[in-house]
Design a protein around this ligand. Structure first.
Ligand code: PMP
Length: 437
């Protein structure tokens, strides 16, 4: 094992001091603050393929990939060129463009449950709008969500959520009125009885059940197909809508996301991340009947000045066109699955208390876990101590993971086998230090 120098952080340190004067916690999104790991956030200067460079010129193999959108890696040529072409015609018109149709057709073609859709500018906006629509369509107010599932920061969904909330040990955000939180019922994942009980306790009151395609904001909590199918049936039985939040899984697991993976037909679906090719895009969609309630066709209002922005649409189109090519997901997923499996073999051979939970090109280091973990409550918060050491040791060896042990890693098409081998060697060394007695 090589003894590793700490990476230099002097420029990032300086920038963070300046940022703290400008932004709460020095950041524009909480998890970026490196609060649950060591050191200050690294200020990133550029990305190319599977690599990023920080302002101190440290180079990393990046498994955060901007939290998922960059399935083709950083600065992909086709996406860059399509953005430049779109920008050269103007940045925004506040009027329809043909690019919106083109991206919508690419989404619809692979997802028959999406008959109509509406573009927005983030995953949060997509989910917030889908919830309003579900309430408007059913005439009911309550939403059932799952413990540990993160759906963005809309009021009614910031209850027992994952991502930044779990990182900072909060179950519900301050500023969410109790009256709103009361409309949100929270059930544990992987427990059909709890869902049935909620429907029993609140007859004809639940507008929608919302679940992440594969819960990936509080560890990677892979649900069984039977459970997801039962959830679908249960919603139908009680005239509630099933909202599948595919902000992470959409066009990540495959062109048909988690709906295809589990073979279920959600009533509403939300996308973000991958469909924007790295630009701010989200969307929600469903049957023509349900989407018909959206303004101007129907009474549920939702709008956006920059919605369907042409530059963002161009990036999304370029990305999805590459993804629908032959064997794209087969190649990506098999590369990523082999990567995860070989790390697990390494850990198993040494009896390390570590499992790698992975699906497709998503993976999660489950420290101190008897595999598989399927519900948030099964994660031991003390295991985050391991992650803190692991994260530091990985940075020192040129591997960048998102700065929280609850967040998943992403493999992109730009991660070559050679780079994955390099990353594995770094991971093995970092694990040896993490578990050194
Ligand atoms: N839903 C899910 C499943 C997510 O993972 C996220 C963000 N990670 C969101 C919604 C919110 O998306 P955004 O950060 O773009 O608002």
């Amino acid at each position: 094992m090589t003894v590793q120098q700490e990476i230099s952080r002097s420029r990032s340190d300086e920038l963070f001091e300046q940022a703290k004067k400008c932004f709460p916690g020095g950041v524009n999104s909480p998890v970026r603050a490196f609060k649950s790991v060591e050191g200050v956030p690294l200020f990133i200067k550029k990305g190319e393929g599977c690599h990023i460079w920080d302002e101190d010129d440290n180079q990393f193999i990046d498994f955060c990939c901007s939290w998922g959108p960059l399935i083709l890696g950083h600065n992909h040529q086709a996406i860059r060129e399509s953005i430049i072409e779109a920008v050269s015609l103007g940045t925004t018109f506040g009027a329809p463009t043909r690019l919106e149709n083109e991206l919508a057709e690419l989404i619809r073609k692979h997802n028959p449950h999406v008959e109509k859709l509406r573009f927005v500018s983030s995953g949060t906006e997509a989910v917030m709008s889908a919830i309003r629509l579900a309430r408007g369509f059913t005439g009911r107010d309550k939403i059932l969500k799952f413990e540990g599932c993160y759906h963005g920061h809309a009021d009614s969904l910031l209850v027992k959520a994952g991502s930044g909330l779990v990182t900072f040990g909060e179950t519900t955000s301050a500023g969410v009125p109790e009256a709103f939180a009361r409309e949100t019922i929270v059930a544990p994942l992987n427990n059909m009885e709890a869902v049935k009980q909620a429907f029993k306790d609140h007859p004809d009151e639940i507008a929608a059940v919302i679940i992440e395609g594969i819960p990936a904001n509080n560890g990677l909590l892979i649900q069984e197909a039977g459970y997801m199918q039962e959830l679908r049936e249960c919603c139908t039985q009680h005239n509630a809508l099933l909202i599948l939040d595919e902000v992470i899984t959409g066009f990540r697991l495959g062109m048909d996301g988690a709906a295809g993976y589990y073979d279920i037909r959600p009533d509403l679906v939300t996308y973000g991340k991958v469909i924007g090719g790295g630009m701010p895009v989200g969307c929600y969609g469903g049957s023509a009947e349900v989407m018909g309630k959206i303004s101007p066709d129907g009474p549920v209002y939702q709008a956006g000045t920059l919605s369907g922005n042409p530059v963002a649409m161009a990036a999304g189109i370029a990305q999805l066109k590459v993804l629908q090519g032959n064997n794209f997901y087969k190649n990506l997923n098999s590369k990523a699955e082999e990567f995860a499996a070989s790390i697990e073999r390494f850990a198993d051979a040494r009896n390390y208390p570590l499992k790698i939970q992975s699906v497709g090109s998503l993976f999660w280091f489950a420290f101190a876990a008897p595999s598989p973990i399927r519900a948030a409550a099964e994660i031991d918060p003390a295991s985050m101590g391991f992650f803190k050491i692991f994260h530091r040791e990985l940075l020192n060896r040129g591997v960048y993971l998102g700065p929280s042990g609850y967040e998943v890693g992403f493999v992109s098409a730009a991660h070559s086998k050679v780079e994955l081998e390099k990353a594995k060697r770094a991971i093995f060394e970092a694990l040896e230090i993490t578990f050194k007695k």
